[in-house]
Design a protein around this ligand. Structure first.
Ligand code: MG
Length: 269
């Protein structure tokens, strides 16, 4: 079908879904303390979806049994919430999405419960900043892999991290996963030109060691093969008719983080 181009009204619905995603992720971030279980985090998200009359795009996705993915330490993405208690110093990565009137939002963050090890915090900061650099590079008129290059280039500048190769970002709109696939590595200047009306979820996934992963017997949880700890950050953003971006799943639309990189966000939404 090619890359879906959204109208302003459709992007407004995606913003509605995205804001619910952003606000729910904040509720979960505050709740990540030693002793909580990932099932309890899932429960927070279930309640906030229903309070906002939003639907889950994760629940029943190819049989996935929860509304969030919760991945701890060497689990990088796609973990299934469970009753294991989070320990002091654990890295907790939460991925979450919502649907409003058929339009999707999708975002994720990693955080550290309790006492923060500086090395782990740098892993998270590197992953998050690479996501913002990717979004900043994904301007109207740029090529798709300008995003990929910006993400990899930033991560490489920060140390020897493994960038997952089998997973990446994606188009988003009337389905959670659409074309194009967005690699988190590679040369710039390739792939389709980015245009107004496109929306992409940008989601770097990195480890402190090898980029090689395996899927656990639950058929979902992706862990690093060398058991090194990982991080995952994600935002969904759109390019508006004025050629400027707007981060649909960020509470401030990306104003602060993109502003710091010299990118003005659109005021059309
Ligand atoms: Mg995603």
């Amino acid at each position: 079908m090619g890359i879906q181009i959204k109208t302003l009204d459709q992007l407004r619905l995606m913003r509605k879904a995205g804001l619910i995603v952003g606000e729910t992720l904040e509720l979960m971030r505050e709740a990540v303390v030693p002793g909580i279980t990932t099932n309890q985090l899932n429960e927070i998200a279930v309640k906030n979806l229903s309070a906002n009359q939003a639907k889950s795009n994760f629940l029943n996705y190819h049989g996935f049994p929860a509304v969030i993915c919760a991945s701890v330490n060497e689990e990088i993405v796609h973990g299934i919430p469970n009753n294991r208690e989070i320990q002091d110093g654990d890295i907790v990565s939460i991925d979450f999405g919502a649907i409003i009137e058929g339009w999707h939002g999708d975002a994720a963050f990693s955080t550290i419960a309790g006492n923060k090890n500086a090395d782990d915090q740098k892993l998270l900061d590197t992953c998050e900043e690479s996501m913002w650099r990717g979004i900043a590079a994904g301007k109207a008129g740029a090529k798709l892999t300008d995003i990929s290059f910006a993400i990899e280039n930033y991560i490489r500048s920060q140390g020897k991290y493994g960038i997952l190769r089998e997973y990446g970002g994606h188009g988003i709109g009337s389905e959670m996963h659409q074309e194009p696939h967005v690699l988190n590595f590679g040369a710039s200047g390739m792939g389709p030109e980015l245009k107004s009306g496109m929306a992409l979820a940008i989601e770097p996934m990195i480890t402190k060691g090898s980029p090689v992963t395996k899927v656990l017997a639950d058929e979902w949880t992706v862990v690093s093969q060398d058991a090194s700890r990982g991080a995952h950050f994600e935002h969904s953003y759109a390019l508006l008719a004025d050629g400027k971006p707007f981060v649909l799943t960020a509470i401030d639309g990306g104003k602060a983080k993109l502003g710091r990189l010299g990118i003005e966000i659109s005021e059309l939404l």
